[in-house]
Design a protein around this ligand. Structure first.
Ligand code: UDP
Length: 322
């Protein structure tokens, strides 16, 4: 039986990953300090014999040492995530994202375990040229702007993972997650889909930032998890980086309209300037969508959920909790 350690496994993506791995018969240990993760995400798993939850931080070296030693594979997802969170708590975010990853990678090196490191499409910064391929340029503003500081921190994580592979032959796989959405994602850290759905269900105005003409592509978390598992299990993924995302685009304004229509809400759309929504000088990217050719070519992965499916699942979940 494969024993998998998931750092950040009580979070939105990590908990769906834990579900998938338990369902296929793995033993799963989740390490999470519940900063943005939530116990209710893993509630269905806690009584399972093959599941263990450890409440702790990736900054605790002794703990990470012990947990990595016992595992066969490590999915390193623990991080400060969400544009709003990294803008609000830049120091904490930076330390978690750099020092935490350093500790996890040091331990997988110590015990020679396979690790999948979760990075982000924020890596590409303001590069809005067509489908973004893994080798494309990063176009960033000053690292003193929180968003680009976050992008820089995640780039260091990637570099660490890559250099451990090159120099020490540690089997590392890097993924760059594009906008991933679905049940259990919460709107408080800025994520647009849960936020719009909540606003629509509560009859509040939907807050579209900027002009609303910015384009995004949204992937269902279950499709993201399927890609992660395929990559972890594929020997040829080692030492490489892969985009994970959807190739269907929509403007944020259209997304807001779609959410209003699907919830049959009376809500209106209001336009909020970026400097009000985030901070002075905040920069958004007008377009961001991935090329997933590399992932598809290696693993045969395909998306299964449409944006309508995704929105339906989020609306259904939120209706239950209202
Ligand atoms: N956004 C918005 N209203 C909100 C939250 C976000 O218009 O209440 C916009 C945000 O400015 C960005 C897009 O929706 O252009 C996606 O935001 P999110 O934070 O979900 O992900 P990002 O792509 O910024 O990482």
């Amino acid at each position: 039986m494969t024993h998998v350690l998931i750092t950040g496994g009580a979070g939105f993506i990590g908990s769906h990953l834990a579900d998938a791995l338990i369902a296929r018969g793995d033993r799963v240990t989740v390490l999470d300090n519940l900063s943005t993760g939530r116990l209710r995400n893993i509630e269905p798993l806690v009584n399972q014999e093959r599941f263990q939850f450890v409440n702790g931080t990736i900054l605790n070296e002794q703990l990470v040492d012990k947990l990595v030693e016992r595992a066969d594979q490590v999915y390193h997802l623990a991080a400060a995530v969400g544009v709003e969170l990294v803008v609000a708590k830049p120091l904490e975010s930076l330390i978690t994202n750099i020092k935490g990853s350093e500790i996890v990678l040091e331990m997988v090196h110590r015990y020679h375990k396979k690790v999948l490191v979760a990075s982000t499409s924020e890596i590409y910064g303001k590069n809005t040229n067509g489908p973004l391929r893994e080798d494309d340029d990063r176009i960033l503003g000053s690292p003193l702007k929180s968003r680009w500081g976050y992008s820089t921190a995640k780039a260091i994580d990637e570099l660490l993972a890559y250099i451990y592979f090159k120099e020490k032959a540690v089997p590392t796989v890097i993924i760059r997650l594009f906008n991933t959405v679905g049940p259990r994602q919460v709107g408080v850290y800025g994520m647009v889909v849960p936020r719009f759905v909540e606003q629509a269900l509560q009859g509040k105005d939907l807050t579209v930032f900027g002009t609303g003409k910015q384009l995004r592509s949204f992937l269902h978390v279950k499709d993201a998890v399927a890609a992660m598992v395929k990559l972890m299990d594929h020997p040829a993924a080692v030492g490489k980086v892969f985009n994970i995302g959807n190739e269907d685009e929509i403007t944020i304004e259209e997304l807001a309209r779609k959410v209003i229509a699907m919830t049959k809400s009376q809500s209106k759309i209001i336009y909020v300037p970026y400097e009000k929504a985030y901070e002075e000088g905040f920069e958004d990217m007008q377009r961001r969508f991935p090329s997933t050719e590399r992932l598809r070519a290696l693993t045969g992965w395909q998306t299964t959920a449409t944006l309508d499916n995704i929105l339906e699942s989020v609306i259904q979940e939120q209706r239950k909790s209202v």
